[in-house]
Ligand binder design. Structure first.
Ligand code: ZN
Length: 347
């Protein structure tokens, strides 16, 4: 098995004002992602209990001006031109997909996850998530059918609650297609292509097998999806990763896959909710249809405020400019706290 989980252990020694300036050694681990070598620091250790504030006023105040609430949606959200989507917007159940008024690329959409302005993280039903993903696939199929020039990488992300970067409380997905892969995806795909040429195997198949054999970061399999915790996470409280066996793009997903993805995401949300966390990012990482070495993955990354009173973001200079992640607990310990929810989902 050529996958290597490299850890460099370090120690910072200080004279501790909390114990009469006695010497104190503070451990730090630098972990390298087995595929790209991107490093992540395991440090700033703390208990995995976070403070969830009373959100009532924030939610009420945001509802009056929310463009995604049903009474305002059709008036305040844009439509696609007829050459992209003849009906302007797509609707499925109580969810609506329309162009992103602040797009990042030549083709970007937003989909609401229903009529409810606020849904607590642990109450977002798997059916709602699966239906939202199905609506995204409806859009991607349309984009593929017209052979749009951006229909190369089908991308989907989810920012939930302000700590994640979301400017709206109302649950919604970002759905876009692009001929330009974002940095992290491009680097991972290039590394996976190199891995496949060298070892004759798809990296993520091997990763899932290695994590399953090791067990310390493995959560289990739901349908075709292998769930595990990142060895070198992006998130300050670890990441939950789903690897979809046999899929390269979102368009390869079956209805059963959508249900399995939704079940895993709901398990992750339930687990982090128990720690007091109430915000997250999700991104899907696909390849192009022809990329045999690619496997569709999704990453769920919980978000916190370092200082809730000041709303201090967990993405500081280290993360934003050095692109270096910090995780405040050992991923294996965090995985132990998350695993029970996945075992419940499998039952
Ligand atoms: Zn709303």
């Amino acid at each position: 098995m050529p996958i290597r989980f490299a850890v460099t252990r370090k120690e910072a020694v200080i004279l501790d004002p909390g114990s009469a300036m006695q010497k104190k050694a503070i451990p730090v681990e630098v972990r390298a992602d087995p595929l790209t070598g991107r490093t992540s620091r395991i440090c700033h250790f703390r208990t995995l209990r976070f403070e969830k504030p009373d959100l009532t006023r924030l939610i009420e105040a945001s509802q009056a001006t929310c463009p995604f609430c049903p009474e305002k949606l059709l008036r305040l959200t844009p439509c696609f031109p007829a050459e992209i989507l003849a009906e302007g917007r797509l609707v499925r159940d109580e969810m609506t997909l329309f162009p992103n008024i602040a797009p990042y690329d030549g083709l970007g959409a937003v989909a609401t996850l229903g009529r409810r302005h606020y849904i607590p993280m642990a109450e977002i039903e798997p059916e709602r998530i699966a239906n939202g993903l199905a609506l995204a696939l409806d859009f991607f199929r349309r984009v593929r059918a017209i052979r749009h020039s951006e229909a190369v990488y089908y991308l989907l992300s989810w920012n939930y609650m302000p700590a994640s970067g979301s400017s709206l409380i109302h649950p919604h997905l970002q759905i876009f297609a692009s001929s330009t892969a974002p940095n992290q995806l491009r680097e991972e795909l290039a590394a996976a292509q190199a891995y496949a040429s060298l070892h004759g195997a798809a990296y993520w198949d091997e990763l899932a097998a290695a994590e399953k054999a090791d067990g310390s970061r493995y959560f289990g399999r739901i349908g075709r999806i292998e769930w595990l915790a990142s060895f070198a996470p992006f998130g300050v409280v670890g990441d939950v990763v789903g690897v979809v066996a046999g899929c390269r793009t979102l368009l390869d997903l079956s209805v059963e896959d959508l249900k399995a993805i939704a079940q895993g995401l709901a398990a992750a949300m339930a687990a982090y909710d128990r720690m007091g966390i109430y915000s997250f990012n999700v991104c899907f990482f696909p390849g192009r249809q022809e990329d045999e070495f690619a496997r569709l993955r999704l990453v769920f990354s919980p978000r916190i405020y370092y200082n809730p009173v000041l709303a201090t973001p967990d993405a500081t200079a280290l993360r934003t400019l050095y692109n270096e992640s910090i995780c405040v607990g050992f991923p294996e310990q965090i995985a132990a706290a998350v695993r029970a929810e996945f075992q419940r989902a499998e039952d």
